[in-house]
Design a protein around this ligand. Structure first.
Ligand code: ADP
Ligand code: MG
Length: 601
């Protein structure tokens, strides 16, 4: 094979936005895997030691490099992928900056072994501190192997900036997952020391998703609906999760031209398509692949290239929204009657008009019709806009806390007023200044939250054994995070034991959780919360745990309450430090003042 690498002219080099290419071990893994893919490999092996601090090795069976190219590849702005500025607009490769290898060689020791198929011998190059210290012919497999040693050995500041081994390994696994999801026709392996984390044989996209995310995605054909749109602006394909499989945790992935991207704006299009189909607090999974003319995207916008700008963003937004909506409609997954509505009191209001250009096929139903219940226990809001409805519909996103009368007793000291339940959702009672309305579930959330938090802080949690142990299955990255949280979870009263390779058996839960609590749901939600917000501070971790336990326990107590229970709830609420709002800021109590009531008559 002839030599193909050349130096970019300065002008072009400057056009390519500069950026820190290598921020952490995961960046090295990403760059080396992308290079292997650009080299047409059909198999990639990644071997990590000490979370990438001491060793990162990426081995491919791609086209390899000639002796000159091998040496040249470490020069800054050395690339075989573009020749001139214009080429930037027709890129189909993952790399193009010619910066990755130069950057890696500047902060780590590198051993490169590479051979092209037409040569009997390959080349070994060893680099230390950006200088070639060894170059010699060797016999090796055709393809390329990069061994990156002692990352950041000469940049102590960077080394200090790295997180725990578990956290860095999680980043590596996540980069690995993002790449493997787009290339099911490539065989991938990932080793953490001698442990095989992933072995992903060549397959199709569906099988690859299952292989990457494991049991949760095992009945994938039931869970996912295929989407497809071919337009002049580009093609969109992939899978979206049926609403009934939406959970607190989810897998949401966008890719464009074989590259993972983050795209909050397109995310909104997907969520819009699901409007009114999801239970509160749940998110659908999606794996959506854009195939767009490279001239119409600008991958240059962000140095690590996960945020990508599209020329026709608004039109693609609508195409995406409609195509997801149609797919969900076609598979008859529009809202259906659910008789088991106990506990679902936070259903969003049903609006009579719906915005957006296209309506999905609709299933007609009367949301109030329920043959098994009397009208008074219906937990649905009525579709017509009664004044009460209007209040509810116009509710601002994050409600302000109510002004509770300060410095004066809330209740009459003399006689205790009766408490009345209203629609299984509110408790009504008289207070000095008027009629007090308490949102029952929110009150319970607040009470549970403060109780759990207190027990957690005092390390006083009592555990109760579950009747049947539940098995929590995790992906390798989730498992690393979970491992970190185990001591805190145990302190909270969870009795958790490892169960097989990437699973835990939950034998006991905090006594505060009820029998019906969705134990696995709470743990998954807590994991998502902790990893999203990068909450490592103890108190914050406690808060998110307490919050999830509280929400789950409160939600399952929707039975009709006895008078004493209602009184007790109100007492406990006002014994709380902050009785006015839930931990996530929703109003719990409101008072309709006497004069407000009087005005109505
Ligand atoms: P870029 O990928 O942006 O071109 P890199 O610094 O990542 O820049 O790589 C420089 C060049 O080295 C690539 O353009 C390619 O020609 C060559 N190269 C790197 N990795 C491999 C590989 N695994 N197999 C074959 N060639 C490679
Ligand atoms: Mg590259």
């Amino acid at each position: 094979m002839s030599d193909i690498i050349h130096l970019l002219p300065d002008a072009v080099a400057n056009q390519i936005a500069a950026g820190e290419v290598i921020q952490r071990p995961a960046s090295v893994v990403k760059e080396l895997m992308e290079n292997a893919i650009d080299a047409g490999t059909t198999k990639i092996q990644v071997v990590i030691k000490d979370a990438g601090r001491t060793t990162i090795q990426v081995i491919d069976n791609g086209k390899g490099m000639s002796e000159t190219d091998a040496r040249m590849s470490f020069e800054r702005h050395a690339t075989s992928k573009i020749q001139q500025a214009n080429d930037l607009f027709s890129l189909r490769t993952m790399g193009f900056r010619g910066e990755a290898l130069a950057s890696i060689a500047a902060v780590a020791g590198v051993e490169l072994r590479t051979r092209t198929a037409d040569k009997e011998y390959g080349t070994l190059i060893e680099i230390a501190a950006s200088t070639v210290v060894k170059q010699e012919p060797i016999s090796c497999d055709s393809g390329t192997s990069f061994l990156v040693k002692n990352l950041f050995y000469n940049v102590p500041a960077r080394r200090k900036f790295l997180k725990s081994d578990d956290a860095e390994m999680r980043h590596i696994i996540q980069e690995f997952q993002r790449i493997t999801l787009v290339y099911p026709d490539i065989h991938f392996e990932l080793f953490n020391g001698s442990d095989c984390v992933y072995e992903l044989p060549v397959s199709n996209i569906r099988q690859r998703i299952t292989a990457v995310f494991g049991k949760k995605m095992r009945n994938i054909s039931q869970q996912l609906v295929q989407i497809e749109a071919k337009t002049a602006l580009g093609n969109i394909s992939g899978f979206v999760g049926k609403p009934e499989f939406a959970t607190k945790t989810n897998y949401q992935y966008f890719f464009v031209n074989g590259r993972y991207m983050r795209h909050p704006y397109f995310h909104k299009a997907v969520m819009q398509a699901y409007e009114r189909m999801l239970q509160p607090d749940t998110n659908p999974s999606y794996f959506i692949f854009f195939d767009i003319d490279p001239a119409e995207i600008d991958v240059n916008i962000h140095p690590t290239k996960t945020e990508i700008k599209f020329e026709n963003e608004r039109d693609l937004w609508s195409i995406l929204m409609i195509c997801v909506k149609e797919a969900l409609g076609k598979f008859n997954v529009a809202p259906s009657i659910d008789f088991d509505t106990e506990g679902l009191i936070d259903m969003p209001p049903i609006l009579s008009h719906q915005q957006g250009p296209i309506e999905p096929p609709k299933v007609q139903f009367n949301p109030n019709y329920n043959p098994f219940k009397t009208e008074s226990t219906s937990t649905y809001s009525k579709p017509t806009n009664t004044p009460w409805e209007t209040l509810y519909t116009n509710r601002p996103e994050r409600e302000q806390s109510v002004e509770m009368p300060q410095n004066q007793p809330l209740f009459d000291e003399s006689a205790r007023a009766d408490v009345f339940p209203y629609k299984n959702r509110y408790l009504l009672t008289t207070v000095k200044s008027g009629l007090m309305v308490v949102d029952r579930q929110r009150a319970m959330e607040r009470i549970m939250f403060e109780r759990v938090l207190q027990q957690l802080e005092l390390q006083q949690c009592v555990s109760q054994q579950t009747l049947f142990p539940e098995v929590l299955e995790l992906t390798p990255d989730e498992q690393l995070l979970f491992q970190e949280l185990l001591p805190d979870l145990r302190a909270l009263g969870f009795d958790i034991e490892p169960f097989g390779k990437q699973a835990y058996s939950i034998n006991g839960v905090p006594a505060l959780m009820t029998d019906e609590s969705d134990i696995l749901g709470v743990l998954h939600a807590m994991l998502t919360c902790v990893s999203d917000k990068n909450r490592r501070v103890h108190t914050e971790l406690y808060e998110s745990l307490a919050y999830e336990v509280a929400k789950s326990s409160a939600r399952n107590k929707q039975k009709t309450m006895a008078v004493e229970e209602m009184n007790q709830l109100i007492d406990s609420l006002f014994a709380c430090q902050n009785p006015n709002v839930t931990p996530d800021g929703k109003v719990i109590v409101t008072i309709i003042a006497d004069d407000e009531l009087d005005k109505r008559f």
